[in-house]
Design a protein around this ligand. Structure first.
Ligand code: AHG
Ligand code: MN
Ligand code: MN
Ligand code: MN
Length: 334
């Protein structure tokens, strides 16, 4: 057995700190807080059938989804970890209607950063032992530090993100993130509770052969998407492609990043803008996709250029290998 050289996520964060002009270590502290929260969530996800955390929590979130117990648990862990460590001035989450302002005990509203999270992605997979995830997105606030954080600080276009990442609690637990200098993946060694660099400089294969979409919604898809699906299924050249859909964005995205593929959640399904939320699902994944040489679009325009208008706004999402996203965009234009 040949052992890979080991670098921990903690070491990597410190190593890369000088990528940031005027770095004060603040962003590193946020990433460390997120790392800690993911380990706690991971521990509970792994024991889900043993603890009383399966099933419905009994309430709905702001998007009208039934909250699962693990949605609520993961949300509390991320919010508590980020606020108790006083590393951010505000957090917005899928599970909270409004953003949460965090005041530091030392110096009111002193942090420069806000975080947006999908604490538990792929809720419907929890009870059946299939991979779930976490997604996070970090921005520098636009209003002056020292003043109360505002909605404006959260409603920034995705190209302003300073960091974004996701975790897949899967056959192994992996944390993948970018700070705008490429994408790296860290696998958790559960024996010692440490993330190690396992996937340096991740790149989307330019051409992929996997398409991921909930085909049960076919009748409601836009014509461009229907035509693209037909194209994927035709016997020609390197086609037909393979269909793979887990129902957890993090896991579907992660597989496509490693193997080459496209993830689609189009308009016209649950709502006119699809299901996925721009700020804490699409933007972070789009930032990672672009940093890995892939592409993310709403079918017509770059996801990262969309000016957000509300915290929980939804947007159609086409994301993955560059050639595949460009191909589906051609069909959408017709
Ligand atoms: P969440 O569990 O955070 O609400 O997100 C669920 C999302 C996403 O993870 C997944 O890809 C998609 O919903 C699945 O939706 P369908 O069940 O409609 O296919
Ligand atoms: Mn949800
Ligand atoms: Mn989600
Ligand atoms: Mn979620």
């Amino acid at each position: 057995m040949t052992l890979k050289p080991v670098q921990t996520l903690g070491e990597f964060i410190i190593d890369r700190q000088d990528h940031f002009k005027y770095a004060t270590g603040e962003l590193s502290r946020i990433l460390s807080a997120i790392r800690l929260a993911t380990k706690i969530v991971n521990n509970h996800v792994n024991m889900a059938g043993l603890l009383d955390i399966l099933g419905d929590h009994g309430e709905e979130n702001v998007q009208g989804e039934k909250q699962q117990k693990l949605d609520v648990f993961a949300n509390n862990i991320f919010i508590n970890t980020l606020s108790q460590r006083e590393v951010v001035c505000g957090v917005a989450s899928e599970e909270n209607e409004d953003f949460i302002a965090i005041k530091s005990s030392k110096n009111q509203d002193s942090s420069k950063y806000v975080v947006l999270i999908d604490p538990l992605d792929g809720s419907s997979n929890i009870d059946v032992n299939v991979s779930v995830g976490t997604i996070f997105s970090i921005y520098r606030r636009v209003t002056p530090s020292g003043t109360p954080v505002t909605l404006e600080d959260f409603l920034q276009p995705g190209h302003k993100q300073v960091a974004a990442g996701y975790v897949v609690y899967g056959t192994s637990t992996i944390l993948v993130y970018t700070t705008g200098h490429g994408v790296n993946g860290f696998t958790l060694n559960p024996g010692v509770g440490v993330f190690f660099l396992s996937h340096p400089d991740m790149r989307f294969p330019e051409k992929g052969k996997i398409y991921s979409i909930n085909e049960g919604n076919y009748s409601k898809f836009p014509t461009g998407v229907k035509k693209y699906l037909k194209y994927c299924q035709e016997v020609e050249g390197d086609r037909p492609y393979t269909s793979r859909y887990i129902g957890s964005l993090c896991s579907d995205f992660h597989r496509n990043l490693l193997k080459g593929g496209i993830y689609i959640y189009p308009s016209g399904t649950n709502s006119p803008n699809g299901k996925l939320r721009l700020l804490y699902e699409c933007n972070p994944m789009a930032f990672i996709a672009e940093q890995a040489g892939g592409k993310a679009s709403d079918g017509y325009r770059r996801i990262l250029d969309i000016e957000p208008t509300s915290l929980h706004q939804r947007v159609p999402f086409f994301c993955g290998s560059k050639d595949m996203v460009e191909k589906v965009e051609e069909f959408m234009k017709e």
